[in-house]
Design a protein around this ligand. Sequence first.
Ligand SMILES: *Cc1c(COP(=O)(O)O)cnc(C)c1O
Length: 389
Amino acid sequence: MKTDTRIVHSGRDPEAQFGAVNPPVYHASTILFPSIAAYNDSRKDRFKRGRSYGRHGTPTHFALEDALAAVEGGTRCLLVGSGLMAVTTALLAYLKAGDHLLMVDTVYGPARRFCDTMLAGFGVETTYYDPLIGDNIAGLMRPNTKAVYVESPGSNTFEVQDVPAIAAAAHARGAKVLMDNTWGVLNFQPFAHGVDVSIQAATKYVVGHSDAMLGAITVNADADWVAVKTAGTNLGTNAAPDDVYLGLRGLRTLSVRLRRHMRTGLRLAEWLKGRPEVLKVMHPALPGDPGHALWRRDFAGACGLFGLMLKPCPEEAVTAFIDGLELYGLGASWGGFESLLIPMKSDIKRTATRLDARGPGLRIHAGLEDPDDLIADLEAGFRRLDARR
Ligand SMILES: *Cc1c(COP(=O)(O)O)cnc(C)c1O
């Protein structure tokens, strides 16, 4: 089955739920058993799915976990309370005191903070590497390197990584490959490219409506399921059932939404590239982008999130540009139906590479509005900006 079909048909069992197309939302902490035999049986194998306790999931969770695992081409998925929790749980599943982690320099900021504070405190050493390192990552591997973490394209600056080359080098030295696949969503098949553990902030496109928060960790091998499930069980990472239901509802329409986000994002990116106020646009699906060839090779499409850098101009000009926008929201997160535009902080931490900070950076999420209206709003913004340069 192709991805679009799997999105619609995976994780469904109407016969088990009164014939209803969608599963009910199970609110449960206590789960009752009819006999001591059934109770004891439920405690035997925590890696096997079954009734046990609300924290270990309900049929609502299992439906979305099965669907996401199928869509990513994996075997099992664990839902957790947020995308960041998916990142931290996956890292804790593989790392212990004395271990070494290779982390991409362009990783999502809060994940970096986790490595520099809690992981460091637990005695795990992190080395940041250039996202464009490719198979030269072999030179950074140490005997105690247990995990290599990729995020492609990178947060804020959208560098595309050569994931298969990095994975081959990591596996040759016995390390696991963890990937933040939030941008790729349906368009990057992690396990076909050598990834062992795929992490998604389902908060973004899977939920898709800027309301619920959810994380997903998907694996493709029994040993990785044991590692991830053990970490989730120890940490108590369960996701709230109403939010899981919203994720399930979002997933069913994701492929049509995503295509529209991609088309509008590309239209905005192309238009912005032609503006005299713009220094560069960072969007791997744009021909001429440094990551374009790798994106074409490995991705089936793009989403609506990209970055741009303005030519140097006074801060008050950027403020006037952003404050007067009528259609773009000013706020964190992305993947919802609405467009967003936020300034990129010029103090983003980079240690293995240098952040190009020649001009003010912006990050745009192209929503589902009419692209003509979105362009007109930006055009009016540039008039405000130009009046203050
Ligand atoms: C938002 C985001 C996360 C974290 O997801 P939350 O659900 O907000 O915790 C992780 N990775 C990336 C790339 C993100 O954009």
